[in-house]
Structures are given as structure tokens and as C-alpha cells.
Design a protein around this ligand. Structure first.
Ligand code: GH3
Ligand code: MG
Ligand code: MG
Length: 312
């Protein structure tokens, strides 16, 4: 692909119950001077939101009036479900109240239907796409660890709280796994901090590779990683963390072009609701199990409920 020379055609979704509006918008889009878009159309709220949530559209043009529901509801519902697609609101109302409400709900721009020109809609889409990219970059900065790309500690805390509530409500088991690199300080001290960073990145990559997509992996601290394992029981949670631990013992990590290191990790596992009620208790329990693994020689995984002090 030759970026800068060839413009990719991006798909735009129009959600509007009026066929005439689709025809008109399509004519506008075809007359754009520079940007290439392919316009697709949904005439109903239900189909529109389903397609929007598929994530395959670069942007969405959304009508206010949609049968017995409206575009404001659709924006709120889509955002609540994690929609990241930039939305430009279309309204026939010249009443600014609706436009302001749409912006407050999360629309990135609005256009008043009777006043739309091709140039205006082209400009608005370009602006919404640009702002959407910026918001996505900010979101990433706020939620991800820069070195590893994993969830950062703040996002981990937020998700753990969500998953705890969900697990209690639906009566699911929730596992928390901690993984800490063994004798990592020695790697830094011997091969330098940049080599340590390479190891951290590779450890992060391998941990992510070993878990299901529904599970969450965060960088909890310096060389410590946290796994939120949803809808699981203790045996399965422990097995996931053990599998990760074994995988490290097998495969050396290239810390520099010429340095292959046998990196090992230790792990601790705790479960909700058996071992804890609050997030803080769950973290403390998993941490205790990790500490036991370190004490018992490292390169191993311990489970909180099986620690002798816990069994009594
Ligand atoms: P243990 O087996 O008991 O876990 O020993 P350890 O050496 O792994 O643990 P310790 O907590 O003593 O050392 C952790 C080291 O991790 C110290 C710190 O400098 C290093 N570290 C933390 N964050 C980073 C980072 O982002 N990059 C690098 N290269 N090192 C880091
Ligand atoms: Mg360590
Ligand atoms: Mg540590």
C-alpha cells in the first residue's frame, strides 16, 4: 500500500429512516473533491446500531428521528457498548437544543439537514475522523502501559472492579493471577536497562499469547503482571498461570542480539468468591500466593487457598 499517494476508500454508515436522505447524501459523497468514501445505509435503529457496533465503519452519519426512538438514544447506547466510531449527527431541527444534546451524548459534530452542502459534509467527516483518531490516541495513553502496550495499573483497577461486580452478580468465579519475573534486577544489572526492557516486552507478549481474548492482562508494577481471568474456576485459573510459567522455562529470551537468557517467572493465584470479597482482598491474596512461590524457590506457581497458613 502506498500511503499518501493512494487514498483508501473508507466506509461510512448512514443511519436514517428516510430513503430520500440516503439518495441525497450518496450524491453528496460521490461529488467530494478529495476524500473517497463508500456510503452504506441502515433505515432502522436496530440494524443501524448493530452495524455501527461491528466496528467496520470509519464514521457514522446519524439521523435524529428514527421511528419511535431517536439518534440521541442510539449514541448513548452505542457508547455504553464501547463504540469508538466517530459519529456526526444529522438533524432537521434548527433548535440548537438537540444539537447540543447530541454533542454532550458523544457526537463529534452535527449538521443541520436543510443546510448541508457537499463541501460541508466532506469537511465535517474529515474533522470527525481526525478528532476520532486523536481521542483514540488519548484513550490509549490513558489506559495502556507505554513499554509493553498492556493495560496500565489504573485501567486494571477499573476493570477488576467491573469484573468483580459482574462475577458476584452472575455467580461466576473470577481468578486473579500475578506473574513476577524472577531475579529481574540481575538482568538489568548485568546486561543493562535496555536489555531489561526487551525482556519485559517479550514477557508481556508471551503472557498475552497464553490467555483467552476475554481475559485481561495488565502491567501491575515494574516487572509484575496481573491477569484477570473471567468466568473460571480455581483449577482452570491455576492451570493458565502454570502454563505461562512452564512456557518461560522452555524458551530463552533474546535480550540482545547475542544474549539468550533463561528467564523464569513465579506466579500466584487467588479466586473470587472463595478467597476474597473486595478487589483489595483479592489482590492481597494473589500477592500472598506469589510471595509464597518466591519463597519456595521461584519458577513455580502457588494458589492462595492451598497455602498452609490459609488451610490452618
Ligand atoms: P524476585 O525474583 O524476588 O522477583 O527478584 P527481582 O530482582 O525480580 O525483584 P526486585 O523487585 O528486587 O527487582 C525488580 C527490578 O525491576 C528492579 C527495577 O529496577 C526493575 N524494573 C522495574 N521497572 C523496570 C522497567 O521498566 N525497565 C527495566 N529495565 N527494569 C525495570
Ligand atoms: Mg521479580
Ligand atoms: Mg517485583
Amino acid at each position: 500500500m502506498v500511503f499518501g499517494l493512494v487514498h483508501m476508500t473508507r466506509k461510512i454508515l448512514l443511519i436514517d429512516d428516510d430513503r430520500l436522505q440516503f439518495r441525497l447524501t450518496q450524491a453528496h459523497v460521490k461529488s467530494f473533491q478529495t476524500d473517497l468514501y463508500e456510503l452504506e445505509w441502515s433505515a432502522t435503529y436496530e440494524e443501524g446500531i448493530a452495524r455501527l457496533l461491528s466496528g467496520e465503519y470509519a464514521a457514522c452519519l446519524l439521523d435524529y428521528q428514527l421511528g419511535d426512538r431517536d439518534g440521541l438514544q442510539l449514541i448513548r447506547e452505542a457508547l455504553a457498548q464501547g463504540c469508538r466510531t466517530p459519529i456526526v449527527f444529522l438533524t432537521a431541527e434548527t433548535a440548537d437544543r438537540v444539537n447540543i444534546e447530541a454533542m454532550n451524548a458523544g457526537a463529534l459534530d452535527y449538521l443541520v439537514k436543510g443546510e448541508i452542502t457537499p463541501r460541508m459534509i466532506e469537511r465535517s467527516l474529515r474533522y470527525a475522523l481526525k478528532l476520532g483518531d486523536t481521542l483514540e490516541a488519548l484513550r490509549r495513553l490513558a489506559t495502556r502501559d507505554q513499554l509493553t502496550g498492556l493495560l496500565n495499573r489504573r485501567e486494571f483497577d477499573r476493570l477488576l472492579s467491573d469484573e468483580r461486580d459482574r462475577a458476584l452478580r452472575f455467580n461466576h468465579g473470577l481468578g486473579l493471577g500475578f506473574i513476577d519475573i524472577d531475579r529481574f534486577k540481575a538482568i538489568n544489572d548485568t546486561y543493562g536497562h535496555p536489555a531489561g526492557d526487551v525482556v519485559l516486552r517479550e514477557v508481556a507478549r508471551r503472557v498475552v499469547e497464553q490467555v483467552r481474548t476475554v481475559d485481561r492482562v495488565a502491567r501491575f508494577g515494574g516487572e509484575e503482571f496481573a491477569l484477570i481471568l473471567v468466568q473460571t474456576d480455581q483449577a482452570s485459573a491455576a492451570e493458565v498461570v502454570r502454563r505461562i510459567c512452564r512456557a518461560f522455562a522452555r524458551d530463552p529470551i533474546m535480550a540482545t542480539d547475542t544474549t539468550a537468557l533463561n528467564v523464569t517467572v513465579s506466579g500466584g493465584v487467588a479466586m473470587l468468591p472463595q478467597d476474597a470479597t473486595t478487589e483489595a482482598e483479592l489482590i492481597a491474596a494473589a500477592d500472598k500466593a506469589l510471595y509464597a512461590a518466591k519463597e519456595r524457590g521461584r519458577n513455580r506457581v502457588e494458589v492462595f487457598s492451598e497455602l498452609p497458613t490459609v488451610r490452618g
